[in-house]
Ligand binder design. Structure first.
Ligand code: ADP
Length: 198
């Protein structure tokens, strides 16, 4: 790295000469430094020092993590199901957030644990109240796309004080729900970073 810093752009051949090594011996080391982002290789020009610190490279790596690589399967209910059935679904599917869809399977709303708890506080008959009365509804739903950087979604979860976001595909009629990103996915992503598993 010092040689590249001092003499870059410099070819692999010239670096090898300065170190009294063969180009072949040096090749894996240069490949690692290039892959890690410390050096940049330009064809027919040679190696450059990128000037990036370990912290900057780590931040670059985090920014490259995409929603689609960490999302879970969404659990959806129709907007006409009862609050009672939604509670049962939440337990059976073992999730903290349900996404509500209309008869065309398009995103209509979101149900959190507390939305369902709140609806259960009164003396209403829970089998008689459809979830579309109590859900947070479109257009007030924060959504994300499979190509979004995961870190942007994490920021939105914090900013909007929510636990989950639907991953959607936009169609002419509305949003199709194709995935789910939750705080649990964020925790898993955090662990995979520590294991260098990104
Ligand atoms: P809880 O209410 O169980 O703490 P959340 O923090 O996820 O769970 O939800 C807080 C409120 O925000 C709820 O009323 C819920 O309907 C709503 N909400 C949850 N997710 C979203 C979202 N992606 N977009 C908009 N509102 C949401």
């Amino acid at each position: 790295m010092q040689i590249v810093k001092d003499y870059g752009p410099i070819t692999g051949e010239s670096i090898a000469e300065k170190l009294n090594l063969t180009r072949a011996t040096l090749r894996p080391d240069l490949a690692i430094l290039t892959m890690a982002g410390y050096l940049e290789a330009r064809p027919r020009v040679g190696y450059f020092y990128t000037g990036k610190t370990g912290t900057q490279l780590f931040a670059d790596k985090i920014k490259k993590m995409k929603v689609e690589d960490y999302q879970s399967i969404p659990v959806v209910v129709n907007e006409n199901v009862s609050v009672y059935d939604a509670i049962v679904t939440m337990f059976l599917e073992d999730v903290g957030t349900l996404f509500v869809v209309d008869d065309e399977s398009l995103l209509a709303g979101v149900l959190s644990r507390k939305d369902l708890l709140r609806a259960s506080l009164g003396k209403q008959e829970l089998t008689a109240i459809p979830v579309n009365i109590i859900m947070t509804r479109m257009p007030n739903i924060a959504v994300c796309y499979k190509d979004d950087p995961l870190i942007d979604v994490a920021e939105q979860l914090i900013e909007k004080q929510i636990d989950a976001m639907p991953v959607v595909r936009k169609t002419e009629k509305g949003y199709e729900v194709i995935g789910r990103i939750t705080k649990t996915n964020m925790t898993k992503a955090f662990v995979s970073l520590a294991k260098d598993d990104v």
